[in-house]
Write a protein that binds this ligand. Structure first.
Ligand SMILES: O=C(O)C1=C[C@@H](OP(=O)(O)O)[C@@H](O)[C@H](O)C1
Ligand SMILES: C=C(OP(=O)(O)O)C(=O)O
Length: 462
């Protein structure tokens, strides 16, 4: 699908979709349990992939109000479910009847690979072309070191993957600078091993807040896991950790059998960015569903404010109000917040002055190389950019955004970020592959149209 976005003025209130990261973890944690209800889940292409994996392991996921759970491995229509009833596989995944298709979802592939290692038999995992190009080697090596067969069919550290357990636990070393999802995967699976798992980081951890999300969710499911410093002493959070320890033999069980998913701050970044660029002068654009949680991407509130837009965040009510302003460039380190890079780059192209996005090499290992993708597509819209391996600079003062045809690169975040830049561009911007918003924010263009974005959808487009 193509979308045609024309410069517009926005007003009103939007609701943030539920968090993708929390939903993945909650579905899998409920799978590890004897069953639980996941309230206000994100139902999107990526989280459906995790739901399918829970089914493949012998659990099931179905709308909670449907009474009966779906048959094992089935893919019931989860759309619009306010809550999902998960039947668990009780800590011991069955050997799947078929290959697990993780589609476009890195989180699914990493978390499910470690879960598959618990099964007493062989699991095969694959995904779409993007996912089959992403790095899995460090996780495969770690599982191999723990005595599990864990291989790439092409011997290139990429999916398709073959995993054969069972995993008993143990101590393992892994780099921290490729993906934090490897750590999340080992902690979630480690809790139900016999011996527990100790993870030693060989390089400092990037995307550390995502491990904090994991620790927060594990605690809510009654599972203990601890970040440790270089001497093995416990730390409060994942930042600066030298490793992690999760005792084995634990049971997943959320208190009162339910878990509620908070709003998604990566998704909020587009709504907030849209307001800073295009809210009606003198009016606030409001965003609901913004309660604080462990999400590092809540940093977008501060970033947009530093760029000059007035922002008020009522944390208790979970409401953010943002006003439009003449934005100026900022320097941002995205080591903890890789998913914000496309949004910040788009805002940098609208702003005056230079926006430097530092510590971004790991942002190249996502659905696409997002550093190059944003540099090249914003250039096509008239922005001036400089790309280095670890830094993306947007020269806002030399940028004069005009409508162009740009490629969403099959990546939900590139599509949404380019659409925000389009709100400020002269003329009409066509974003190709816009249907990929389905990965994390299926209602994105409906929400934007409700706020007043001039957007036309062309289903016949590429
Ligand atoms: O664990 C998670 O939910 C995620 C971790 C991050 O990935 P990396 O840890 O690979 O940087 C992030 O980019 C991704 O969108 C979601
Ligand atoms: C990188 C992302 O997700 P995943 O790693 O799960 O594909 C994302 O949502 O930006």
């Amino acid at each position: 699908m193509d979308v045609h976005v024309t410069r517009s003025t926005l007003r009103g209130t939007a609701r943030a979709p539920p968090s993708k990261s929390y939903t993945h973890r909650a579905l899998l944690a409920a799978g590890y349990s004897d069953g639980a209800t996941v309230e206000s889940p994100l139902v999107s292409a990526d989280t459906r992939a995790t739901a399918r994996a829970v089914g493949a392991f012998g659990g099931s996921v179905a709308p909670a109000d449907d009474g009966a759970a779906a048959a094992d491995g089935a893919d019931p229509d989860l759309a619009d479910a306010d809550a999902l009833a998960v039947e668990g596989f009780g800590g011991r995944p069955a050997v799947p009847d078929d290959v697990i298709d993780c589609a476009n979802s890195g989180t699914t592939m990493r978390l499910v690979t470690a879960a598959a290692a618990l099964a007493d038999g062989t699991t095969v995992l694959t995904g779409d072309g993007s996912l089959r190009s992403r790095p899995q080697g460090p996780l495969l090596d770690a599982l191999g070191d723990l005595g599990v067969r864990a291989e790439s069919t092409r011997s290139n550290g990429r999916a398709p993957l073959v995993v054969a357990g069972p995993l008993a636990g143990g101590e393992v070393a892994i780099p921290g600078d490729v993906s934090s999802q490897y750590v999340t995967a080992l902690l979630m699976a480690g809790a139900v091993t016999d011996e527990g798992v100790e993870v030693d980081l060989t390089t400092p951890l990037k995307s550390a807040p995502y491990v904090d999300i994991t620790l927060e969710l594990l605690a809510d499911f009654g599972v203990e896991a601890t970040p440790v410093d270089g001497t093995g002493d416990p730390l409060d959070g994942a930042a600066g950790a030298a490793g992690f320890a999760v005792p084995g033999g634990q049971t997943y069980a959320p208190s009162d059998g339910t878990y509620a998913v908070p709003g998604d701050f990566s998704s909020i970044s587009y709504l907030l960015g849209a307001g800073a660029v295009a809210a009606a002068p003198g009016e606030s654009l409001r965003i609901e569903g913004a309660r604080p949680s462990a999400q590092g991407d809540a940093a977008i509130v501060d970033i947009v404010e530093r760029m000059g837009a007035p922002v008020e965040w009522d944390r208790e009510a979970g409401e953010i109000a943002v006003e439009r302003a003449a934005l100026s460039g900022v320097t941002v380190d995205v080591g903890d917040t890789p998913d914000l890079l496309p949004t910040i780059a788009a805002l940098g192209a609208v702003a005056d002055g230079e926006t430097r996005i530092e510590n971004c090499e790991h942002v190249r290992y996502k659905e696409t190389d997002r550093v190059s993708a944003m540099a090249e597509e914003l250039e096509a819209m008239g922005a001036a950019t400089t790309e280095e391996p670890d830094v993306l600079t947007i020269h806002g003062s030399e940028s004069d955004l005009r409508g162009a045809t740009v490629d969403g690169r099959g990546d939900h975040r590139i599509v949404m970020a380019l659409s925000i830049a389009a709100l400020d561009a002269e003329g009409t911007t066509t974003v190709r592959g816009a249907e990929h918003v389905d990965v994390s924010f299926p209602g994105f263009f409906d929400a934007m149209a409700d706020l007043g974005m001039d957007v036309e959808r062309d289903e016949a487009g590429e």
